[in-house]
Design a binder for this molecule. Structure first.
Ligand code: KG4
Ligand code: ZN
Length: 400
């Protein structure tokens, strides 16, 4: 079964064709990062308009790269929740129109579910180009049209000269951590740590397509916290990759930052951001009334690196702590999967060597994960939605 997945929930316009929920035939992502780097964050109105421009070329390219005609597409899957209202509208209206035009079943997929299912995407076309990086084996997507010459999506910097390119000519590629086909996919029941710019949740998944929220953030998402701390430190948007990069040369033990005091399995990241702010103010010797956007002028490069490293370590420690608590609460859990933009973080990957992570280029928003999630929805008996009625839900929970 070949599914066209469409994703426009935030600032990536993406489409992909995936076969049987695991095999990537194409994956096209146009990122608006360059536009929003200038503003220091996403402007919803601009995001929606950019999606409008990129949407059809991205879909055409995804079909072309996959070598598919519309006849060969079995279903269309689109993100309908949660996300930015205008952004979601562009993707869903496009998907609805195409479903009617080409008479295809249409499926509406929850964004967090899609992120989780990025962990099932472990095969790719035989002619995909592979690279080895510090983060493991990645595929250099021929159809990646984001930032030419840069690492795919928002993955960690790969380090010039250290990558070995491999042209994989005649076999199907599998996820590097998999040794036998029986162990190819995470086993149920599992815990999923979904960490992105908009969400921080631990989900319990007894089987495919069934989610129970075990813990959630009470305020900011962890990715949002990376973005806000980066702003304080004068590092560019998006904050996650720039903090990870600065942290490489920083001392993670230089500044002691308190762990948020939230009982149980919920998270709170707004306090951690404030703790960084206070620590920076103290370090440079200004009162708390000092304008935060001017702090960066008073920090040395090394101080920025040390703050980045100390903050990153604290955020990673907090995530791991809660995950450990969740594992104690659910002793039947067979595997842990990590997903969402922040799952690209290398320090987190190192802290959780037993967990499943998507290949870094699939950590951020993409269409392939939408198609993968849709495939497992279909296997679970989910029926297509009415293309004339499909609605968007900017804030709906995964449990609904
Ligand atoms: O999943 P995603 O692409 O979009 C949302 O659904 O929100 O996640 C974006 C978030 C941003 O906050 C970004 O700073 C963060 O993921 N991120 C990272 C890294 N790469 C992206 N955070 C930490 N380390 C990274 N390497
Ligand atoms: Zn996302």
């Amino acid at each position: 079964m070949k599914i066209l997945g469409i994703e426009t929930s935030c600032d990536e316009t993406a489409a992909a064709v995936v076969e049987n929920g695991t095999r990537i035939l194409s994956n096209v992502v146009v990122s608006q990062i360059d536009i929003f780097a200038e503003y220091g964050g996403v402007i919803p109105e601009i995001a929606a308009r950019s999606h409008l421009e990129a949407m059809m070329p991205v879909i055409d390219k995804a079909l072309n790269d996959a070598g598919c005609t519309w006849d060969e597409i079995d279903a269309i899957a689109v993100t309908h929740a949660p996300g930015l209202l205008g952004s979601l509208l562009v993707g869903t209206l496009t998907a609805r129109t195409l479903a009617i035009l080409h008479d295809k079943p249409l499926y509406a997929v929850h964004h967090l579910k899609s992120h989780v299912y990025a962990n099932w995407l472990n095969e790719m076309r035989a002619d995909a180009e592979l690279i080895f990086s510090d983060a493991g084996l990645e595929f250099l997507n021929t159809s990646y049209t984001g930032r030419p010459g840069e690492p795919p999506l928002r993955g960690e910097p790969l380090g010039a000269g250290r990558n070995i390119r491999v042209k994989n000519s005649n076999q199907t590629f599998m996820h590097p951590r998999e040794t036998s086909s029986a162990a190819r996919h995470p086993a149920f029941p599992l815990l999923a740590l979904v960490i992105s710019g908009g969400h921080t949740q631990i989900l319990y998944m007894p089987e495919h397509n069934t989610f129970e929220i075990v813990g959630t953030t009470r305020d900011d998402a962890v990715g949002e916290c990376f973005d806000k701390v980066a702003k304080i430190l004068g590092l560019p948007y998006p904050g996650g990759p720039s903090i990870a990069k600065a942290a490489l040369e920083g001392d993670p033990l230089k500044y002691k930052l308190p762990h948020p005091k939230v009982e149980g399995l919920d998270f709170s990241f707004s306090g951690l951001k404030t703790a960084v702010l206070r620590a920076v103010q103290k370090e440079v010797g200004v009162p708390i009334s000092y304008p935060s956007h001017k702090l960066k002028e008073l920090l040395s490069e090394q101080q920025v690196r040390d703050f980045a490293a100390s903050f990153q370590k604290t955020a990673v420690d907090v995530l791991c702590e809660k995950l450990k608590m969740a594992l104690e609460k659910y002793p039947d859990v067979q595997s842990v999967v990590v997903a969402g933009g922040v799952s690209a973080n290398q320090a987190l990957r190192e802290a959780l060597p037993e967990a499943y992570f998507p290949v870094p280029s699939l950590s951020g928003d993409n269409g392939a994960m939408v198609a993968a999630a849709c495939y497992y929805e279909i296997l679970s008996g989910v029926k297509p939605t009415d293309p004339y009625k499909l609605n968007i839900y900017p804030r709906i929970s995964i449990e609904k």
